[in-house]
Ligand binder design. Structure first.
Ligand code: ATP
Ligand code: K
Ligand code: MG
Length: 703
């Protein structure tokens, strides 16, 4: 079983894999460690990753990027609307209120959901991992921003299914970074934790977490973020500056032209990178618009002044994470900076001023998330043994439940109030809570966000509804139901199980010789859950339908004297599982997901057919050149004048055909063409080989 960690960025993706000797970042087809998160739609196939980025300027309207911004969001969301202004591809509102992406694909106009596009990106990353590992990849851990809503998390899991993968965990990106940092630290103490701040500035957003490291353990003390502050905002500062300038200087409005915008934006991003290492940067774009070549220039000071409002924004999440961790600055041992967006020198200055110390770059800034995810995957997978290291992540959003009818009892036995918070801000991940309801028939529970102020605009408080039932209460009374609520490893809340508990008195035969203490069902017990957190549950056997009765019966003790068997009255608990039905507000119905899986399969097949067609066409072309050379070289003395002329003519004909009628043929046509040529060429090559073999053999005989 393979062990893979994926960092899907708004700009770049990284694939980490676990090997026996450790974690490696694997290379894509172009031998690069970073793969662009891009999908480009063509006349005959899709181009993913590097190939997608290569066609972006030529085919801007059909090249989709930054889908991480759109996934699980509402089209009407003002943040989404602002993003759409930057994107060259067309997006409308889908039936579910989410964004729908429109492209020209295989000569038709097609619409895809962000989940489908992410499925394509993941599928490409899967292929990269598979090529490197030489095995199929199913299990993986995928990084997600800590600020992702439940819907976004579920969309990631759906996208992974579309790509044929199963995430063992969706892991908060900064937590993955903290793991990649902590697991190799050899100087951790059992008692005194060291506290480290991690700041990740990516392409579109930034995240900060404070982690406490002890021997064999990391604990997240605080998370914070700014969904809309990242490297691309600095590109935008330059873009706007030059777009304005070019209006005056060259009388062109770049913003009205998709291709010109894409080219200027790309040039500004490059400029920004140049400014990270140099005090000034030039800009030259040929034929940007209306056949005009443009030139520009900016100094780093000037850039920093223009970018001052964005630089100021970087402070907010840092201060917030620190406040949440309840640590004073002197308790922070290090500030680790990751994410390529943080390479701007002015950002380091800001971070130094906020934390009162020089930030460090111990980690590989672009690979740490994928490495942390691969480590987590190895820890969750039975295939690998990893040093014991406990990851105690915390959940950023408080979650409440609501229901109709009387309130249930919560863990401690006290009554839970409606809308009561089951998972607090900072709740450990994973966690379970047990609630006891008394109900006479099917009922439902809503899962809610307590506070939507930190969530994307237009996020509704209601996340999902779980319908529990049907069940038959005994003797017309209300049934007692134990309902297990789970905040799982992905940070998704669900009703894991519901069980009707019936207690009845039964007569049980007991043999005197084995007077066992009657088995009591404890009312409260500590239960080890997942990562090793203690979760209070009020019933130890709540995991499923209970064992009917574990006292020995007379039949099980053959040979025992029946006079030693006594009948006693015992309390027996009968447990019956109740169906739980889940409806997620805005989630992808199962049938739709199934359709998406099939569609992806078809498109991937088409891509493969086209790749193979290209290969076969190349093979024909290569044969033409190769054979032509051989006819006048290696084969020369083995062919007659006539044979050479015949084959030469055929080769010439084929070459012409490749550039004309045969330029755009199907795979089978190229296969057939190669066959035709080989029918003529193979006997000649065969003759040459045989002669070569005969030569030395005859010599040997003569000795
Ligand atoms: P996100 O984390 O938002 O999903 P991502 O993970 O793809 O996005 P990164 O790869 O961490 O983002 O960073 C990409 C950003 O870093 C881009 O905006 C890019 O322009 C910027 N960047 C890369 N190199 C430099 C540099 N030398 N100087 C300044 N910025 C840089
Ligand atoms: K990245
Ligand atoms: Mg990132």
């Amino acid at each position: 079983m393979s062990v893979v960690g994926l960092d899907v960025g708004n700009e770049n993706c990284i694939v980490g894999v676990a090997r026996q000797r450790g974690i490696d970042v694997v290379l894509n087809d172009e031998s690069k460690r970073e793969t662009p998160a891009m999908v480009s739609f063509g006349e005959k196939q899709r181009f993913l990753g590097i190939a997608g980025a290569a066609t972006a300027t030529m085919n801007p309207k059909n090249t989709v990027s930054q889908v991480k911004r759109l996934i699980g969001r509402k089209f009407q969301d003002p943040e989404v609307q602002r993003d759409l202004l930057l994107f060259p591809f067309a997006v409308t509102e889908g039936a579910d209120g989410g964004p729908l992406i429109h492209v020209q694909y295989m000569g038709e106009s097609k619409a895809f959901t962000p989940t489908q596009i992410l499925g394509m990106i993941l599928s490409n990353l899967k292929t990269i991992a598979e090529k490197n590992l030489g095995t199929s990849v199913v299990d993986c851990v995928i990084g997600i921003p800590v600020y992702f809503t439940e819907l976004q998390r579920r969309a990631y899991i759906d996208a992974a299914s579309i790509a044929g993968m199963r995430p063992l965990r969706l892991m908060h990106e900064t937590t993955a970074t903290a793991l990649a940092y902590g697991i190799y630290k050899t100087d951790l103490s059992d008692t005194d934790p060291i506290n480290v701040v991690f700041v990740d500035i990516g392409h579109a957003s930034m995240q900060v977490c404070v982690a406490a490291f002890k021997k064999g353990q990391l604990k997240i003390l605080g998370h914070s973020f700014d969904r809309c502050c990242g490297g691309r905002d600095f590109d935008e500062v330059l873009f706007n500056y030059f777009a304005d300038k070019f209006k005056e200087e060259y009388k062109i409005n770049v913003t009205t032209n998709a291709r010109a915008s894409i080219r200027l934006r790309a040039a500004c991003e490059k400029m920004k990178k140049v400014l990270s290492a140099n005090p000034e940067a030039p800009l030259n774009i040929e034929c940007l618009m209306d056949e005009k070549d443009v030139r520009g220039f900016i100094k780093r000071d000037q850039f920093e002044a223009l970018a001052a409002p964005i630089l100021e924004r970087v402070k907010g999440p840092c201060e917030k994470a620190l406040a949440e961790s309840k640590l004073s600055l002197d308790k922070i041992s290090a500030v680790e900076v990751v994410g390529s967006g943080s390479r701007i020198p002015a950002i380091l200055k800001i971070l130094s001023s906020v934390f009162g110390k020089e930030p460090s770059r111990t980690l590989n800034a672009s690979e740490c998330i994928a490495r942390g995810c691969a480590l987590q995957c190895a820890m969750l997978s039975p295939t690998f043994r990893v040093r014991d290291f406990e990851v105690q992540d915390s959940f950023p959003f408080p979650i409440a439940l609501s229901w109709k009818g009387p309130a249930p009892e919560s863990d401690g036995g006290e009554e839970a109030s409606p809308n009561s918070i089951v998972f607090v801000k900072g709740n450990p991940i994973p966690s379970t809570k047990m609630l006891t309801f008394y109900r006479s028939g099917t009922f439902s529970i809503d899962v809610l966000y307590v506070d939507t102020s930190e969530l994307p605009p237009l996020t509704t408080p209601k996340i999902s509804t779980f319908t529990i039932g049907p069940f038959t209460p005994s003797k017309g009374e209300k049934a007692k139901l134990k309902v297990k609520i789970r905040l799982n490893l992905h940070g998704i809340v669900s009703v894991e199980s519901a069980t009707v508990i019936e207690e009845e008195e039964v007569e049980v035969p007991v043999t005197k010789s084995v007077t066992k203490e009657s088995k009591e069902v404890p009312t409260s017990e500590v239960h080890q859950d997942g990562e090793g957190k203690d979760v209070k549950m009020d019933d130890v056997e709540a995991n499923g339908p209970g064992t009917e009765n574990d006292l020995p019966s007379a039949e099980e003790k053959p040979g025992l004297d029946s006079s030693k068997v006594e009948v006693v009255k015992k309390k027996k608990t009968k447990r019956t599982d109740v169906p739980v039905n889940e409806v997620v507000a805005g989630g992808l119905p199962h049938a739709e997901l199934q359709k998406a899986v099939e569609k992806e399969y078809e498109m991937a097949l088409q891509d493969r057919v086209m790749e193979e067609t290209k290969e076969k066409k190349n093979a024909v072309e290569a044969y033409v050149y190769d054979m032509r050379n051989k006819l006048y070289d290696k084969l020369q003395e083995y062919v007659t004048e006539h044979e050479r002329e015949e084959l030469s003519a055929k080769l010439q004909q084929t070459e012409d055909w490749l550039y004309e009628d045969g330029e755009d043929e199907t795979k089978s046509v190229y296969v057939a063409k190669l066959g035709e040529l080989k029918k003529l060429g193979d006997p000649l090559e065969q003759r040459q080989k045989e002669e070569e073999l005969r030569g030395p053999a005859i010599l040997e005989l003569n000795y």
